[in-house]
Design a protein around this ligand. Structure first.
Ligand code: DAH
Length: 340
């Protein structure tokens, strides 16, 4: 009797396992068969009424039923998992022959690129990078740079005035006095940034960029300035670059120089970029005028300094062979793409 019931239960359970459609119904069947109050447990209780001589046979059958059903369940579970994986793989199929989506890569603007390169070179030489305000006072932009009101040297820079005392800085030299007032010598700083002048043609823009450098120490000489600038130019334009120093005039330096480098496009032979001269004018520099030191509270008997001022737009134009400064500011994506 119990024997038959066990056989029946086994066959029914095998069928329902076979026809289970998902994990949930399989779980339910598992509970019905193997659970605490499941079929197997309640049939096992019937062992009590089995005659002792039949017990080994019935016991063996209970074990067999358990093993068969467990194996069947495991097999069904595995089958379901495999099917599920297969379905997922099919639905998430990747077509590796499909052309890749074009991912646009950005790049630095040529001026940002020049600022990065130059400040890298200067930081390597021990300079700190500082910034100053673009809306500046007449005092820092001119007077502290030894350019008093109504002095003819103001004519060198056509300035945008906001009122009599406030202007858009016409030169990054304005940061010199600001830094000298707050720093204790010796120090070395560079300041890249925007500058403004009422100037507009193929090589001049009303908004442009400069990088100012200032070194204040006890024994600073023209030889230091020349060697520092030579190292910078060679690092920027290449080791075979020739450098030429010419005497010049700036109110805030005495003596003053201008610096030319051999044209990196034609290597000094003469081309359209250097207008056939083989050389390019790059920057102004000089030994800081003692009057400028004194105005900013630095003892000119103890300290001396040198300073230099780069035009960054010009540097970007030379390094990228750009003929007109306006390309730098039009934000034409076709031009910018070429600069990557
Ligand atoms: N500020 C000058 C200009 O805009 C450039 C310059 C010349 C800066 C000589 C300097 C310097 O620091 O020493 O034309």
């Amino acid at each position: 009797m119990l024997f038959d019931e066990l056989q029946n239960m086994k066959n029914k359970a095998l069928q329902s396992i076979e026809s289970a459609v998902d994990k949930k119904s399989l779980g339910e069947i598992k509970g019905e068969v193997f659970g605490k109050n499941g079929a197997l447990a309640s049939l096992s209780k019937g062992m009590r009424d089995v005659a002792p001589e039949d017990r080994p046979k019935v016991g063996a059958l209970i074990n067999e039923v358990r093993n068969v059903l467990e194996a069947k369940l495991a097999q069904k579970e595995e089958e379901m998992a495999r099917k599920e994986l297969e379905e997922r793989l099919n639905s998430e199929k990747i077509d590796i022959t499909e052309p890749a989506k074009n991912c646009e890569r950005g790049a630095l603007h040529p001026i940002a690129g020049v600022i990065d390169r130059l400040t890298d070179i200067c930081v390597n030489l021990g300079f700190s990078v500082v910034e100053g305000p673009e809306v500046e006072s007449d005092y820092y932009n001119f007077e502290a740079m030894n350019i008093p009101k109504n002095h003819p040297s103001r004519d060198m820079q056509d300035t945008f005035f906001i009122n009599d005392n406030i202007l858009l800085r016409s030169q990054t030299s304005a940061v010199q006095a600001r830094e000298m007032e707050v720093r204790k010598p010796p120090f070395k700083i560079v300041c890249p940034g925007k500058t403004y002048r009422n100037d507009s043609d193929s090589t001049h823009s009303p908004v442009f960029h400069q990088m100012e450098g200032l070194v204040i120490d006890e024994n600073v000489s023209m030889a230091d300035l020349k060697s520092m600038l030579t190292i910078m130019m060679k690092r920027l334009y290449g080791d075979d670059t020739e450098i030429r120093f010419r005497p010049s005039f700036f109110p805030f330096t005495e003596p003053s120089i201008e610096v030319d480098v051999s044209c990196p496009t034609c290597h000094g032979k003469g081309c359209s970029l250097c207008k056939g001269t083989g050389m390019l004018e790059l920057l102004g520099a000089g030994i800081v005028n003692p009057k400028v030191l004194e105005m900013s509270g630095i003892d000119s008997k103890k300290y001396r300094g040198f300073a230099f001022g780069f035009g960054l737009d010009r540097t970007a134009m030379i390094l990228n062979s750009i003929g007109n400064i306006r390309y730098l500011y039009r934000n034409d994506i076709r031009f910018l793409n070429q600069m990557k």
